[in-house]
Ligand binder design. Structure first.
Ligand SMILES: Nc1ncnc2c1ncn2[C@@H]1O[C@H](COP(=O)(O)OP(=O)(O)OP(=O)(O)O)[C@@H](O)[C@H]1O
Ligand SMILES: [Mg+2]
Length: 258
């Protein structure tokens, strides 16, 4: 289980960043007092437009960023005071962390498996299972840099699952993938849910959120603007599909011009 209480993350901007953003503010509130929780056996979607704060929230859960304010617990462990315990129970995937291009998928799988202290026989068995599922068999000894975009992403997913984590956190897992490859990823997330894992994904693809997620947390400009099942969100916005619901929430909650 994950519990997020009043998470706020404020970035300090460099003078270059301030120039780029044409702002006089030296800070940026990326996530603003966001609270939600998620349970084993569900797929929770963080839905929001570009810059909403999705990646920042997921990085805070994954212990890669410290909250400015608020707190997060993962299976009862605080992400700031017990980061190792948190990391051992989560598999994290984000576009910003790439597998080292010089090494093969097989080598990296074993490398990260040993870091997580997975016994050798279990490790090889798990590798075969994941590589077969994702069609990495036959490519396992090729350097990451020689693989296609889809194959790289699938290798990154397999590596993130090396320790069979109870909680899987994937930041835009189907970004840049064709529909066949994307489908193998979303089908696998449903398998993980069936096994009783907690899955959290971020997405701005409405159809993906509709098909995959048991519950959604909608974030706009760093603020939580809606939360619940699809039905809850349709009801709250007087709509019957997520795209319309999202536009309603966006109109209500986004005052500045884009
Ligand atoms: N390291 C950083 N320093 C300063 N500002 C940042 C930093 N990382 C993100 N931001 C800003 O914080 C806000 C939230 O960014 P974040 O990457 O969390 O959004 P996101 O919802 O993941 O967006 P996207 O859909 O584009 O991936 C944005 O305005 C972004 O420009
Ligand atoms: Mg992002």
């Amino acid at each position: 289980m994950i519990e997020i209480n009043n998470l706020t993350k404020i970035y300090k901007l460099s003078s270059n960043q301030m120039k780029k953003l044409k702002t006089k503010n030296s800070t940026k509130v990326a996530v603003d007092k966001v609270s939600f929780s998620a349970e084993a056996g569900e797929i929770l979607g963080l839905l929001g437009p570009n810059g909403a704060g999705k990646t920042t929230t997921l990085r805070c859960i994954a212990t890669l960023l410290k909250p400015t304010e608020g707190s997060i617990t993962v299976q009862g462990h605080d992400t700031v005071s017990e980061p190792e315990a948190v990391r051992s129970s989560i598999g994290f995937l984000t576009n910003e962390i790439k597998l080292d291009p010089q090494f093969s998928a097989k080598y990296l799988f074993h490398f990260f498996g040993r870091l997580h202290k997975v016994p050798e026989d279990v490790l090889e068995e798990r590798r075969k299972e994941l590589f077969t599922y994702f069609g990495i068999d036959g490519f396992e000894d090729k350097k990451i840099e020689e693989l296609s975009t889809g194959m790289k992403q699938k290798a990154a997913i397999a590596v993130s699952l090396v320790h069979d984590p109870d909680i899987v956190i994937f930041d835009e897992p189907t970004s840049g993938l064709d529909i066949i490859t994307a489908r193998s990823v979303t089908d696998y997330l449903l398998e993980l849910k069936k096994k009783g894992k907690l899955v959290i994904i971020s997405t701005h693809i409405m159809s993906e959120a509709e098909k995959l997620c048991d519950r959604l947390v909608v974030i706009i400009d760093g603020k939580k603007t809606a939360e619940g099942t699809l039905e809850n969100i349709y009801e709250a916005t007087g709509t019957n599909n997520l795209e319309d619901a999202f536009f309603e929430l966006y109109k209500e909650n986004h005052k500045e011009e884009r």
